[in-house]
Ligand binder design. Structure first.
Ligand SMILES: Cc1cc2nc3c(=O)[nH]c(=O)nc-3n(C[C@H](O)[C@H](O)[C@H](O)COP(=O)(O)O)c2cc1C
Length: 184
């Protein structure tokens, strides 16, 4: 048990058509997979076709599947994009609609992007993490729509971000392992 690899989900926060988040998520996964220290997977909120919380009876299979997916993870890397100085409605809804216990006592890192690196959205997410008992780590790679993307659409990250992603993953893994002991 002690030597089992942790399961870390790289959660894509945007669901809009034409979104750039899959490019950012795949880049983080590429860096993460080279480490061989955990099982990393992309988790796409769009795949679950979640209704807005409270607008249906809540019997859609995607809702239960989403909670199960979150519950199966030991830690998270949120790929966060800035929408009107905050996170997307889709990510907030996904955070709200999963069973609370599925998030509790787990760790998370944030990789954000936007005109100012998505910093304002990321800080909003930190407040939400506190409420959900998610321990968000300090190191936070911030990607600029102006310099890390071409035409705001094609992701071409500067090399300097790779060290930051690895540092963030060091912290997510350490805290995810430590917090796992609280869940048994
Ligand atoms: C509704 C909306 C609001 C946005 N608001 C901001 C903003 O407040 N600050 C910012 O830096 N970028 C803002 N943007 C630009 C997005 O960060 C940018 O389009 C980014 O590519 C969105 O991520 P996505 O392509 O993965 O959906 C906004 C985009 C949309 C669609």
């Amino acid at each position: 048990m002690a030597n089992e690899k942790l399961n870390i989900g790289i959660i894509l926060g945007s669901t809009r058509q034409g979104r750039v988040s899959p490019q950012v998520g795949e880049w983080v996964k590429g860096i993460a997979d080279k480490r061989e220290d955990a099982n990393y997977e992309i988790v796409d909120i769009a795949d679950f076709q979640l209704p807005f919380l409270g607008t249906t009876e809540g019997t859609e299979p995607g809702i239960a599947a989403w909670s199960e997916k979150v519950a199966s993870l030991d830690g998270f890397v949120f790929i966060v994009q800035e929408y009107n100085h905050s996170i997307t409605g889709a990510l907030k809804n996904a955070l709200d609609i999963a069973k609370r216990e599925a998030w509790n006592n787990k760790a998370a890192g944030i990789v954000s992007y936007g005109g100012t690196g998505g910093a304002r959205a990321a800080e909003h997410l930190r407040g939400i993490c506190g409420e959900l008992f998610i321990a968000d780590v300090k190191t936070h790679p911030t990607l600029s729509l102006f310099t890390d993307f071409e035409n705001f659409t094609t992701f071409k990250p500067a090399d300097l971000h790779v060290d930051n992603v690895n540092l963030m993953l060091d912290q997510v893994n350490a805290w995810s392992g430590a917090l796992k002991t609280l869940r048994y």
